[in-house]
Write a protein that binds this ligand. Structure first.
Ligand code: SF4
Ligand code: SF4
Length: 368
């Protein structure tokens, strides 16, 4: 059976602003049925890395907040801390960056909650029993919320080809150590030059694999399970985050984390994606390059796989914009393969369908 994906273009006029079109999309996709009165509703957004302006504008999140409140839900805006050291790797920096980017209560009308807490250690181990992970580490506020609405900026991504709803949820709501496990297939290593022998990492290692010997920490590879807790704990960045993983593997891992996030929310989730400022790279950089295609529109669905597939198809249908990194790339060509030739970005969609997160088969319905 085909999933329904609703689409609204950015054509607007005196009687219909983009915000009103978003509201229409919300109702057409039935997002008011994704939560009950009194439910705590997590609205997953990307608050934007400092210097990057590709994120979805806070005014759109504010309209979703209004609609959730109107139907009796208790919304909060959320995201989890990042693995890399940028402007969002702990809750203090993350909230500061969010406010600088316009996600203030006065604008969005809802509190901001950093889903994995002050330093990324508030998470639950959720059993999924899939190919890569038996358990995944899900940010606690995301897991404990009664319902989830994800607002996603669809764009390119260096590790996965494109970043859409699956990545926004799976990678976005994994804890910091969960992100480490998705990003790396290799065990961490200590840099003796940077290590100050403070022993902080030893207190967080769940298997006792790391200890301080003489003047620096050492990892016993027989005991280490690669959970990444030490890498995100070290204040001196002495434990290297190993970013190496195969593109197919990271995509499958993201899907398994998405299963973990949605596992306790049967029927209580909905998704909105924006095909605006479709940048060639991830939003986690402190800049965003010129968009590769025109602003196409907004989409909403109750099926995250169908939604990502529809976004991918709509982008690929476009001719690349003059002045962008893909200038000259014709309509109908695979934009993300052109950007990242070694990545088959459709692996995330195929695997998500395989594990039952949704279907790639969809009906695109104009909500205008
Ligand atoms: S990766 Fe996990 S198990 Fe390995 S040393 Fe670090 S904290 Fe311990
Ligand atoms: S937390 Fe970092 S600096 Fe401290 S002992 Fe561990 S590796 Fe060394």
């Amino acid at each position: 059976m085909k999933a329904k994906v609703y689409f609204a273009s950015f054509r607007a006029g005196r009687k219909e602003s983009w915000l009103n079109k978003l509201e229409k999309l919300f109702y057409r996709a039935g997002l008011e049925h994704a939560f009950a009165r009194g439910d705590l509703v997590a609205i997953k957004v990307h608050f934007g890395e400092r210097g990057n302006l590709g994120y979805v504008r806070p005014q759109f999140a504010a309209r979703v907040v209004q609609l959730v409140k109107k139907h009796g839900g208790k919304p909060f805006l959320t995201d989890a801390n990042t693995l890399y050291v940028g402007s969002r790797s702990n809750a203090v920096d993350h909230l500061q960056t969010a406010i600088e980017n316009g996600f203030d209560y006065a604008v969005v009308g809802a509190p901001l909650v950093i889903a994995d807490g002050l330093n990324g250690k508030d998470y639950l181990n959720v059993t999924v029993n899939l190919k890569h992970f038996r358990e995944v580490k899900i940010a606690s506020a995301a897991y404990h919320a009664d319902a989830l609405i994800a607002i996603t900026h669809f764009k390119g991504h260096e590790a996965t080809g494109f970043g859409g709803t699956l990545k926004n949820i799976g990678m976005g709501l994994g804890s910091r150590s969960g992100k480490q496990m998705m990003h790396s297939d290799l065990l961490p290593k200590v840099d003796p030059e940077k290590c100050t022998a403070c022993a902080r990492c030893t207190r967080w290692c769940p298997t006792g694999a790391i200890r301080v010997a003489e003047d620096h920490a050492v990892i016993d590879e027989r005991l280490c399970q690669g959970c990444g807790e030490c890498t995100v704990t070290c204040p001196s960045e002495a434990i290297a985050i190993n970013w190496k993983t195969k593109p197919d593997v990271i995509q499958e891992k993201i899907v398994e984390y998405t299963v973990g996030v949605l596992q306790n929310k049967e029927g209580k989730y909905g998704f909105i994606s924006f095909l605006t400022d479709v940048s060639p790279d991830c939003d986690c950089w402190g800049w965003n390059d010129a968009p590769i295609v025109r602003n196409i529109g907004m989409l909403a669905s109750r099926d995250p796989v169908a939604l990502d597939q529809a976004c991918l198809d709509l982008v690929n249908r476009e001719a690349a914009l003059a002045g962008s990194r893909l200038e000259g790339c014709a309509a109908g060509t695979d934009k993300f393969r052109a950007l990242y030739p070694r990545i088959d970005c459709e692996r995330q969609l195929a695997y998500a369908e395989e594990v039952g997160l949704g279907t790639r088969s969809y009906e695109l319905i104009e909500a205008d």
